[in-house]
Design a protein around this ligand. Structure first.
Ligand code: HEC
Length: 328
């Protein structure tokens, strides 16, 4: 898959270097009049269709990852489309995005507000009825500024060829989280406790492509919409509480021998509500979840009103500390 993309890209580069002035070679795409197109993965080179990130660096990935709240520029070369009317459109509407088309019709700016698949298409219609079509399909990641889980430090899992390649490596918990996101065990028996709405960031550090997805559709998060290339990541935002260390995320490209990791998803809000903590005081704050857990343990020993919780399990205390910090 990877190789195919590479050689296609090389071929495109060579063709555009050798024949910079070509007009009608390359892919022609006829849209018909109903606006429905087949799934065209490749970009149309007829009009140099390109996408740039917010700092105007070109994104050359076949399927770019867009961040929520950022502006991306899509651009075509009008000189190659003399006499045509240009139409821009959002397609594959898995995410909610705005597309602003500039007056000259040579560029458009996209900003998205939610996670999901999105495509930006360009159709050039000539007076004689001929058409040229190109699209760029990507995926919107809501780890940025809004959306569920966006302010919660993620747990990172790397897909690596090291060790047992069938199992994905759970990294140590982020700073200030090791008391609540408890990571135990080693190798294939490594486990992690995560909390509802906490993101699990899965990074492909293998040379082959992998597609993290749920063994049970949608649980505990959506599947990656396309296979991850090397160093590409996918953020799974947990949406379902799961009992101890079930293996629910697999490699959809190879779900018999594919990768997996062990985790538990705890509903911290339910633990908070069960304990009626708000009867005496509002949410207590701290520097991070570890800090709040320490304060909670100390106050259970020292504060008369809190001593009733002396038999509370460590699991519940962790969940309460997580909840008090993030209120997910
Ligand atoms: C009976 C009243 C009462 C209840 C119920 C109660 N607390 Fe407290 N809590 C206190 C008092 C009093 C203090 C000490 C003074 C303060 O920090 O407000 C305290 C302190 C704390 C602290 C330490 C704050 C700090 O800055 O050191 C944490 C954390 C905390 N409570 C969490 C909880 C949680 C979680 C629950 C529910 C399981 C809970 N409390 C239920 C009365 C209560």
């Amino acid at each position: 898959m990877m190789k195919k993309h590479m050689s296609l890209l090389k071929a495109l580069l060579i063709v555009s270097a050798i024949v910079p002035l070509y007009q009608n070679c390359g892919r022609l795409k006829s849209s018909g009049t109903n606006g429905t197109f087949g799934s065209v993965g490749a970009r149309n080179i007829d009009f140099d269709y390109k996408v740039f990130d917010p700092s105007y660096d070109e994104i050359t990935d076949a399927n770019p990852i867009f961040d929520v709240g950022q502006k991306y520029i899509f651009r075509i070369n009008l000189e190659k489309l003399n006499g045509a009317l240009i139409f821009w459109d959002l397609v594959y509407l898995g995410a909610s995005c705005d597309l602003k088309v500039f007056n000259e019709k040579d560029s458009a700016e996209m900003e998205c507000y939610s996670n999901g698949q999105i495509g930006v298409s360009v159709t050039a219609v000539y007076p004689d009825g001929n058409e040229k079509y190109g699209e760029i399909i990507g995926y919107v990641n809501d780890m940025g500024t809004s959306g569920p889980g966006s302010n919660i430090a993620p747990i990172t899992v790397t897909i690596t060829t090291a060790g047992n390649s069938q199992n994905w490596n759970i990294e140590n918990a982020p700073v200030g989280h090791n008391s609540v996101n408890v990571v135990t065990g080693s190798g294939i028996a490594r486990n992690v406790v995560v909390y509802l709405k906490q993101p699990i960031r899965i990074v492909n550090m293998d040379t082959a492509e992998h597609k993290p997805g749920s063994a049970t559709a949608g649980i505990p998060c959506k599947s990656a919409p396309f296979p991850l290339k090397t160093e590409q990541s996918f953020t799974c935002i947990t949406n379902t509480a799961l009992a101890d260390f079930d293996k629910y995320i697999i490699d959809e490209l190879d779900n018999m021998a594919g990768g997996r990791f062990n985790f538990q998803v705890v509903d911290s809000k339910a633990v908070w509500q069960k304990n009626n903590c708000t009867t005496c005081h509002a949410m207590k704050t701290g520097n991070d979840p570890n800090d709040i857990l320490n304060k909670l343990n100390t106050s259970i020993i020292n504060v008369p009103g809190m001593q009733t919780y002396s038999s509370m399990t460590i699991e519940d205390r962790r969940a309460l500390a997580f909840y008090m910090y993030y209120t997910p």
